[in-house]
Design a protein around this ligand. Structure first.
Ligand code: MIG
Length: 820
């Protein structure tokens, strides 16, 4: 009764406000009738409030909010009253907008920015988005937005349907298995512990309700920011329709304008955030297994890496290091003096990363359980009974990470481990996973930062809030040092807090393919720091498969080998010397490319570029690229063509527009062509974009093993001008937020008689080295003279592979290489 009156009042208020609207078409009946209406009627009223425009059919209201020049948000309130505007994915909705306006036309309204126009049809409330220059982009189906009442939980099941163009293709959704192009498939988002998942299995561990549509050479994005179980259909049920819907919450989505996929992805990142700069060592090779124990085993693994001269930066401890799987404890039988072990490993250049699960053992003698119970920090059922479930420790209760107090408490539990020197934390099982039932029952209650809800609403954000609590806690505990966290489950925006791995894959060739696509998909869905369990988690790879996986993993932003406990040993040397040598060669390559990888990370962090870029993103106007899914670039300079077939000694590659150097032979190939190139087991096709400057470090056994005395600059001749970037900073602090970093831009351009390299720097950081060792490939002339900032360099030579070598000061502004 009370709420009825409240609502009447609120609606009364609204109606009053709406008396001042600019465009009042018909007087409306304001009395509240029990309306069981599921679709929007005709637009009757319009109201403007700052950057928000309200369109009403007399009962339901739609908010069109101009978020930026290129992002417009749509919300629906079935009976006029919007839900609280709160999102874990989008910390701040409004961005800068230069100009926007609303206009009334005969049969429709428009809300437009200088880039995009949103059109709302008066008669039927159809909403469409149009590029101001090319016109059509995305259009609603009839009765697009609709809803159905949920009698059990209150609220509505909500739906939206868009037109699907005949040649439209779809990408994104983050954590999905199967083909990169999503067209023709239907998906559900419900974070799931998907042990040994298969091709096309759905759902998996993470929820990212964001997709990119591409047709007529133009791309746009839809971010359906809804944490309930959600669904997407890309022309599967009806080839002419794309729909998304959800079991609850508000119908709310962001339309993100292109027209380039890169624009869409960067704008999605402007909403949900980018990954902070990671500690530099986390870009090194990492070794994991379920589990390395006891201590002697861990030390043995470390010794093997150093003796065999295979670079490695981190060793992981999986659940068995704990005392009876109790988080934040040690099994003293296996690890009698963890502090000493961690210190010794660290002296030898290894970081220790440990697992922390959400399930807390029900045990009154266990301090974490006692504290959590006393503070009422564990999740409860609807009638206040404990939410209990079985996981590794036995009967467990689970912190409600959607409660800010719980996050603060949990974040601080890491203190002792941080003091001990543990360098990174791995959050698993946070879908949340429960043995038997799979996850929590729907009626479990969550605080949801004060916007309370059942597990239906909190399920998909549980893991993200767990790792957020870990990240934020560590950030405090480690003072100004960068935390390293890795999570299995997550929701859109998780990249602000953690890296991810793709969960329990299988040691098969098919999974090598799945992982390759999955990482690209995560990348275009805002999650840059991702990787697969190299070698496959369950099952047994042979030497060839493992080595091919190391090769792909060299170009996964997160590079870690991991395997289940019941499999044979799985280190880079486990398959004999032949494979060990190749594995070493590629892991060394990772360390050589460290300054490049780190710079690409900066481009992500600072500008929102994805680290891995699928071919279709490089050349979206070529529709066949929508189906080319096994090549990608790392940053925009290195094209990676992993070998995914057993027994292959060559593979077909497609090179996008421009000229490309074969990384191994320096042969130049012309793009927009297909080639068959050599790919024997000790090699994997890699191409470098002409005009690139790829910085290189000497091989080290771990990041920062030695002080850098000079940086190699691998310069690739080009006839057209190309810019490259190199980013440097302290590697483990947040000083970059105060501009203590150095961003260098190299510009390369040449012709048949000369090559020019220009360097510009920005930022306040000064690296210790003085020299660049320049290696120039592809010169089309005999070098006679090298001038660096008006001084001639006399010492240079060209080797038998036609690479020109010389050294110069790191602060040069212009290098001129000429035949005269
Ligand atoms: O129920 O901690 O995906 O990487 O090794 C299995 C043991 C729990 C699942 C993770 C896997 C990890 C394993 N965990």
């Amino acid at each position: 009764m009370e709420s009825q009156n409240d609502k009447k009042e609120e609606i009364g208020d609204l109606i009053e406000k709406e008396q001042e609207i600019q465009h009042l078409n018909n007087p409306v009946d304001i009395s509240i009738k029990p309306i069981v209406k599921q679709y929007l009627g005709a637009v009757k009223k319009v109201k403007k409030e700052g950057n928000r425009f309200y369109f009403s059919d007399g009962d339901a209201r739609v908010e069109i909010r101009v978020v930026s020049d290129d992002i417009i948000r749509v919300r629906l309130a079935p009976h006029g009253v919007f839900l609280d505007d709160f999102s874990y994915a989008v910390p701040e909705v409004d961005q800068k907008v230069s100009v926007f306006k609303m206009q009334e036309h005969d049969d429709h309204y428009t809300v437009s920015t200088h880039a995009v126009t949103c059109k709302i049809e008066k008669a039927n409330f159809h909403i469409s988005f149009h590029d101001n220059i090319t016109n059509l982009v995305m259009v609603d189906e009839p009765n697009s937005m609709h809803w159905e009442e949920n009698v059990d939980f209150g609220g509505y099941y909500i739906f939206a349907t868009k037109k699907c163009h005949p040649e439209e293709n779809f990408f994104g959704l983050g954590d999905k298995s199967g083909n990169f192009n999503l067209r023709g498939r239907r998906f559900v988002n419900w974070n799931t512990d998907a042990y040994s998942y298969g091709w096309n299995q759905d759902p998996l561990y993470r929820t990212i309700p964001f997709y990119i549509g591409l047709h007529n050479q133009a791309a746009y994005g839809i971010f359906f920011d809804n944490t309930f179980k959600s669904y997407f259909d890309f022309g599967s049920e009806d080839v002419n329709k794309t729909s998304f819907w959800s079991d609850g919450g508000e119908l709310q989505y962001y339309y993100i304008h292109g027209p380039h996929m890169m624009d869409v992805v960067k704008r999605y990142a402007s909403l949900t955030g980018t990954h902070p700069m990671p500690p530099k060592w986390t870009l090194g090779y990492q070794q994991c297994r379920w589990s390395y124990y006891p201590e002697s085993k861990v030390r043995d693994i470390a010794k093997n890496f150093r003796d065999r001269k295979i670079p490695c930066d981190a060793i992981y401890l999986d659940i068995d290091y704990m005392d009876g799987y109790r988080c934040f404890t040690w099994n003293k039988k296996y690890f009698s003096d963890p502090r000493k072990m961690i210190k010794d490993l660290s002296d030898d250049g290894f970081k220790t990363v440990v697992m922390i699960d959400p399930g807390i053992k029900v045990d009154d003698d266990y301090w974490v359980f006692k504290e959590g119970k006393e503070k009422r920090f564990f999740c409860r059922r609807s009638d206040d009974y404990y939410m209990e479930g079985h996981v590794w420790p036995g009967r467990c209760q689970f912190p409600d990470f959607t409660n800010p107090k719980v996050r603060a408490w949990w974040g601080n539990l890491y203190k002792e481990f941080v003091d001990m020197g543990v360098a990174g934390f791995w959050n698993d099982m946070n879908e949340p996973a429960v043995f038997g039932s799979g996850t929590f029952p729907n009626d479990v209650r969550h605080n949801y930062d004060g916007y309370r809800g059942s597990h239906r609403k909190a399920h998909n954000v549980y893991g993200m809030q767990m790792v957020r609590s870990t990240y934020e806690g560590l950030k405090k505990l480690m003072r100004n040092k960068r935390p390293f966290t890795i999570t299995r489950a997550g929701y859109a925006g998780m990249q602000r807090f953690a890296s991810v791995w793709t969960g329990d894959n299988i040691a098969t060739w098919e999974h090598l393919k799945i992982g390759n696509i999955q990482c690209q998909r995560l990348s275009v869905s805002g999650v840059p720091f991702c990787g697969t369990d190299i070698g496959g988690f369950s099952g047994e790879p042979d030497g060839e498969l493992f080595t091919r996986w190391i090769q792909l993993g060299t170009f996964s932003p997160f590079m870690r080998a991991h395997s289940a406990g019941d499999t044979a040993e799985r280190e880079p040397w486990s398959f004999g010397e032949f494979f060990e040598d190749i594995n070493r060669k590629f892991i060394e390559l990772r360390y050589r490319l460290m300054p490049y990888l780190y710079s690409v990370f900066w481009e992500h962090h600072r500008y929102g570029f994805p680290i891995l870029r699928p071919l279709v993103m490089l050349e979206q106007e070529n529709i066949s690229n929508s189906f080319r899914q096994d090549e990608f670039t790392y940053g925009d300079k290195l094209l990676i063509c992993p070998v995914l077939e057993q027994g292959a000694i060559s593979r077909k590659v497609y090179l996008p527009k421009g000229s490309w150097y074969n990384f191994w032979t320096n042969e130049v190939l012309i793009g927009e062509n297909e080639y068959t190139v050599e790919a024997k087991i000790d090699s994997m096709p890699i191409f470098v974009r002409a005009g690139s400057v790829i910085p290189e470090y000497p091989v080290m056994q771990y990041v920062d093993e030695k002080a850098i005395t000079e940086v190699a600059l691998n310069i690739y001749h080009s006839d057209y001008e190309v810019n490259s970037y190199m980013y440097e900073d302290h590697g483990d602090t947040f000083a970059y937020e105060q501009d203590i970093y150095l961003e260098k831009r190299f510009t390369v351009k040449g012709d048949n008689s000369q090559l020019k390299v220009i360097q510009r720097s920005d930022g306040l950081y000064t690296p210790n080295y003085e020299l660049y060792a320049c290696n120039v490939a592809g010169l089309k002339f005999q070098v006679k003279k090298i001038i660096v900032d008006n001084k001639e360099i006399k010492e240079f030579f060209t080797d038998d592979k036609h690479i020109l070598h010389f050294k110069c000061n790191k602060n040069f502004t212009e290098i001129q290489i000429s035949s005269l």
